[in-house]
Design a protein around this ligand. Structure first.
Ligand code: ATP
Ligand code: MG
Length: 450
């Protein structure tokens, strides 16, 4: 007997189904996590009862995936538990499966991907059912497919990415035959929808565990070269003034950032993608290349626009901080170009990069004292009541109209010119002063036009 101490509701659901005569087991990630003595996520149940029976047995249910046999049961604790009818695959295509309901838990376990994910536990009898020795693999720290690895990857190529994630997160060695089949399957990842590929990466980046182990396996398996070529360029790419290559530096940095901020981890991972391999185009604005590559990569993965903007907006500036010796005016200009709202995210990444440098050994990327001073000055600038945007000027288009000018594209140009002056000399940000400045600007403009 093994007690995995699930929430009480898991036993209650199981008892109701068993009393109605249906064999019911806890399966999947929660069983695996509990056996590994990690906090268990969602407890899923697998049952012989068909979905319509499940819906009749429980008062509060949600039809979350009736076609797949999944019914959400809302228990007394208010939590929804997924109860899925035993299934077997009838046909697979490499990206999805046609399933049929099955009679036995054995059939259901046979279609699961890895042995560690194919352990069933009975919440009432408290016994383990483990036909593929998943517990032993967990103990030995080995990741292995259920059955023939080549066949299993070909049924659903997402399993390639899942394998890398589980091996990374649980620190498992990928079994030799599984690894060989996995590497051979990488060229077929094209069949997967970008959304599923992205979700896998998001799970790695949002995980409590350091993402670097799984990411290193992405590189080692060829997945990086196949689906993330911009990142693959970082592997072995010497980091200008840093020890180690850009890739190992990115991995260290990502590990040092908090998991609940995946956008920041994305930005730290992608920070190097704008580093030119060829010395770069001197006419290109610094950061532009990183921004474009990041946006293109995230677009290919069908990320949301909000996510793309946020991450690309950080990548654009993360490698282009102001000089720690810069004047106050230069700092204001830099911050005006970046936007105040990005400063705290950038600072987090810089600090993580600094610590990554230190961990990688006498790196020369960031100097701790320089960074400290720079951050302090930038924070003070961001907090100070100085105008950094056109909207923060003490003078607006409305004032121009009142002065008798007719609205047009000139307005924007003028306001930007005024901001430029104010960034240089913040004390000029007074309505009357700027009004005079505006008149002079307009007069010069009209003279030019003559
Ligand atoms: P996590 O939730 O941390 O990703 P998990 O193991 O719970 O891990 P889920 O995607 O929630 O993963 O799936 C639950 C279970 O369903 C898995 O443990 C596995 O048994 C099975 N499973 C999920 N996806 C697949 C797949 N692509 N092929 C085979 N079995 C799968
Ligand atoms: Mg899960």
């Amino acid at each position: 007997m093994i007690d995995l101490r699930p929430p009480g509701a898991v036993r209650w659901i199981c008892r109701k189904l068993e009393e109605a005569g249906h064999d019911t087991w806890a399966v999947g990630g929660a069983v695996r996590d509990a056996l590994a003595q990690r906090p268990s996520g969602d407890w899923d149940l697998a049952t012989a009862a068909p979905p319509d029976r499940v819906r009749r047995i429980f008062r509060r249910t949600v039809p979350i995936g009736i076609d797949h046999g999944t019914v959400g049961v809302i228990a007394g604790d208010g939590v929804m538990y997924e109860v899925t009818t035993f299934r077997r695959d009838i046909e697979t295509t490499g990206r999805h499966a046609v399933v049929a309901f099955a009679e036995t838990v054995d059939e259901d376990l046979a279609r699961r991907d890895f042995t560690i994910n194919a352990v069933a536990w009975h919440p009432l009898r408290k016994v383990i059912h483990d036909p593929y020795d998943g517990m032993a693999d967990l103990e030995r720290r080995v990741l292995r497919t259920v059955g023939d690895p080549e066949e299993r990857f070909a049924e659903d190529y997402l399993r390639v990415l899942r394998a890398l994630r589980f091996a990374g997160v649980f620190r498992l060695q990928v079994d030799e035959a599984t690894w060989r089949a996995l590497v051979a399957a990488v060229p077929h990842l094209d069949v997967l929808s970008p959304e599923r590929v992205r979700e896998e990466m998001e799970k790695i980046l949002a995980g409590q565990e350091a993402p670097s182990a799984a990411l290193a396996l992405y590189a080692a398996s060829g997945v990086l070269a196949h689906r993330y070529s911009d990142l693959d360029h970082l592997v072995g790419c010497p980091a200008e003034d840093r020890r180690g290559d850009l890739w190992s530096h990115a991995l260290r940095t990502v590990d040092l950032l908090p998991p609940h901020r995946p956008a920041i981890r994305w930005a730290a991972l992608l920070a190097g993608v704008g580093v030119p391999e060829d010395g770069g185009d001197p006419t290109e604005a610094p950061g532009r290349r990183g921004l474009l590559r990041t946006a293109a990569l995230l677009e290919r993965l069908r990320s949301s626009n909000a996510r793309i903007q946020r991450v690309a907006g950080l990548v654009e500036f993360v490698r282009h901080p102001p000089n720690p010796e810069a004047s106050d005016a230069e700092l204001r200009r830099w911050l005006a170009g970046v936007g105040r709202e990005k400063l705290s995210d950038l600072v987090r990444i810089w600090i993580a990069e600094l610590r990554a440098d230190e961990l990688l050994g006498d790196g020369e990327g960031w100097d701790r004292a320089d960074l400290g001073r720079l951050v302090e000055r930038l924070r003070a600038t961001a907090r100070a009541p100085v105008a950094l945007t056109v909207d923060e000027l003490a003078f607006s288009g409305r004032d121009l109209i009142q002065m008798g000018y007719r609205p047009g594209p000139r307005f924007g140009e003028l306001l930007r010119a005024l901001l430029d002056r104010v960034l240089e000399e913040p004390e000029l940000n007074e309505r009357e002063v700027l009004a005079e400045e505006a008149e002079r600007w307009m007069a010069a403009r009209e003279k030019e036009a003559e």
